[in-house]
Design a protein around this ligand. Structure first.
Ligand SMILES: Cc1ncc(C[n+]2csc(CCOP(=O)(O)OP(=O)(O)O)c2C)c(N)n1
Length: 381
């Protein structure tokens, strides 16, 4: 096809898609999908998702609870009461909006930062604390909750999500899988293999990239030369879409559409949610080494919680008293989870060797022996 004919065809497709209210879905991406402006006003009335007032308040309640959880978890780690922790503050809209669009039968594959997604899907806060406290009980997913466990190795979970979605497709089950990863994850081979497989086999998978601008200290510009991350989907033959990741309603809308399409046999979608991590990568990191306070402050002015709160207020369904009450409630809920966490029975350190294999292989037996000798020696000192 001649270049101009091709461009015309592309423009036509884009125009039709936009007319249908589908947003921008080609590699020449326009501005990210948005429903709320930064001041909480509705910028896209047609794009307003079908959510009841109760649901809107409930989504906001989760976002505030996650912020409180984040602050407490960080403090616990700093006080030596927890092993390590990956803060999520700033990413509440990306997580709450996408999680809210999921159905119980869908499968969810997290990285290590999706505490809010895990909680919305039914994992108790105490379990999430237990996991970060080094207690494997925290990795026990409650019966009937279709969440996979935390994936520390970057992007490996993308393959698992595609595999599960493919199995569901073969079995004729009407469900989708969603997989979370960061901008850095898109540089991993696993990610590209998963994308290719999903495209070829048209698996019902939603790839949800929280582009929080950094992979630890590596900024987005050093991660990929691509103009957008979303456009990577095009090379694999499916749709990519950018969304304002600090706009919970826009995130809900694009995720809901992508999941619906997947369940209806329309194949995979790649969502790039543009957001920002307010805090450290993990408690082993120090963001002041690679970001300026001005940059962080600029993003804090686009706080997803503030945007949603202002929207609820403008709808006349939220007051100052509601706000105060919610923070108190969230603090009490998390304080209870912390108390439960600290009262969990202590685990035997030897357990870390015990549960991967039915029979312990020789190298683990050797390491266990070494650990016992070390502990005995320490006791003698
Ligand atoms: C396979 C692999 N390589 C390296 C690491 C070390 N590592 C941990 S987090 C991280 C950066 C990931 O950044 P990104 O994917 O953008 O996610 P974010 O942490 O920003 O949510 C790296 C390189 C790892 N966990 N796994």
């Amino acid at each position: 096809m001649a270049r101009s004919t091709k461009a015309k065809a592309q423009a036509k497709r884009r125009a039709i898609a936009q007319e249908k209210g589908e947003g921008i879905r080609t590699w020449t991406l326009g501005p990210p999908v948005r429903v709320l402006a930064e001041d909480g006003t509705l910028v896209d009335e047609k794009g307003m998702p079908d959510l009841s007032d109760d649901e809107l308040v409930e989504i906001y309640r989760w976002m505030v609870t996650a912020r409180v959880f984040d602050e407490r978890a960080l403090a616990l780690q700093r006080q030596g009461r927890m092993g390590t922790y990956a803060p999520l503050s700033g990413q509440e809209a990306a997580q709450a909006g996408s999680a809210w669009a999921l159905r119980p039968e869908d499968w969810m594959f997290p990285s290590y930062r999706e505490h809010l997604v895990q909680a919305i899907r039914g994992q108790p806060w105490v379990d999430i604390l237990a996991y970060w406290g080094g207690n494997e009980e925290g990795n026990r997913i409650p019966e009937g909750v279709n969440n996979f466990t935390v994936s520390i190795p970057i992007a490996t979970q993308t393959l698992h999500a595609v595999g599960v979605a493919w199995a569901a497709k073969i079995r004729g089950e009407k469900l989708a899988s969603i997989v979370y990863f960061g901008d850095g994850g898109t540089s991993e081979g696993d990610f590209h293999e998963a994308m290719n497989f999903a495209g070829v086999f048209q698996t019902p998978t939603v790839f949800f990239c929280q582009n929080n601008q950094y992979a630890i200290s590596v900024p987005r510009e050093r991660q990929t030369r691509s103009e957008t991350i979303a456009q990577k989907a095009i090379a694999y033959g499916f749709e990519g879409v950018q969304v304002d990741g600090n706009d919970v309603l826009a995130v809900y809308r694009v995720t809901q559409e992508a999941l619906e399409k997947a369940r209806d046999g329309g194949g995979p979608t790649f969502i790039e949610a543009i957001t920002y991590r307010f805090g450290h990568h993990t408690t082993a990191d120090d963001w002041t080494r690679y970001r300026s306070p001005e940059e962080v402050e600029a993003w804090k002015r686009r706080d997803p919680l503030v945007r949603m709160r202002k929207f609820l207020e403008s709808k006349g369904i939220w007051s100052e008293a509601d706000e105060e009450g919610l923070w108190e409630e969230a603090k009490a809920e998390i304080a209870k989870a912390v108390e439960q966490y600290e009262n969990l029975p202590e685990r035997d350190v030897e357990e870390i060797f015990k549960y991967t294999f039915a029979e312990m292989p020789w190298h683990l037996r050797e390491q266990l022996q070494e650990l016992r000798e070390y502990l005995q020696e320490r006791e003698r000192e």
